[in-house]
Design a protein around this ligand. Sequence first.
Ligand code: NAP
Length: 305
Amino acid sequence: MSTTWHVLGAGSLGTLWAARLARAGLPVRLILRDQARLQAYQAAGGLTLVEHGQACVQAIAAETLDTPTPIKRLLVACKAYDAAQAVAHLAPRLSADAELILLQNGLGSQDAVAAQVPQARCIFASSTEGAFRDGDWRVVFAGHGYTWLGDVSHPVAPPWLDDLTHSGIPHEWSADILTRLWRKLALNCAINPLTVLHDCRNGGLQQHQCEVATLCAELGELLECCGQPAAAQDLQQEVERVIQATAANYSSMHQDVTSQRRTEISYLLGYACKVATRHQLTLPHLFQLQQRLIELLQQRGLPSD
Ligand code: NAP
């Protein structure tokens, strides 16, 4: 009997994973906030995944945070700012050999989660897949990509990666997951805040090449200083390549601000600035960028943390 995949957070990425695992015949249970969300889910009759224009409804089992049954495998699919608190709520339900898979973007939330559950194995993930909600309990699979998984304190891959293979979830075990997360964070810091401040698509940053280059130089210095030289390699070239390849897209941070949603700033640019301060690095443009972004978020009435 396969171990049940408990999925915490039935949002975009959580639904994308849950739907594919369930479609492969694996046991999946969604964990929803409370009784009201559970009733709403049950009334909807399941989760809808839209892939290649085709909608498919799956009546995946669901429960609330307070359901008393034990959890052995937990996929944490909340936003970075919700993850530690939600996991703390579930800590009493985790078995002694529990494993958590953390899908959060950026850095900082993984350590906050791990601190809540010191007995559990925490596996970090970095994904280039893309999904968005176009209705309650309905998710569109928008961008095919890849997910890298790794464990900073235990290099051996878990046997359940086979579940991902059977479910058609493209993935790879990574011995340097922190380097991948740092690299993605640096790319995000060089692009996303500027798209918000200039109110433009990614391609609009081609008009601000000097600003981008200055940020890349400071981010490279930061990565070198915190023991991530591989993540610093050719950073500016990759940033320029991403800007060009995604020129027509609005960044996730731009979309969040436009939709009046809270951003994950504290786990991206905020995290970079915090680590720079800890290393007593002088990175004036990065700090100025953070200040400008915080001011903009406050003007829009959005949380700046
Ligand atoms: P999302 O659509 O906002 O989903 C987050 C879900 O977590 C929501 O359904 C929310 O519930 C739920 N949640 C929050 N606190 C909870 C709690 N205490 N108990 C139960 N459920 C709780 O977010 P997302 O886009 O999937 O992103 C999740 C993470 O993946 C982020 O760190 C993001 O950066 C990363 N990521 C996303 C994508 C993507 O394409 N979406 C790609 C790569 C990485 P409610 O519905 O009740 O609010």
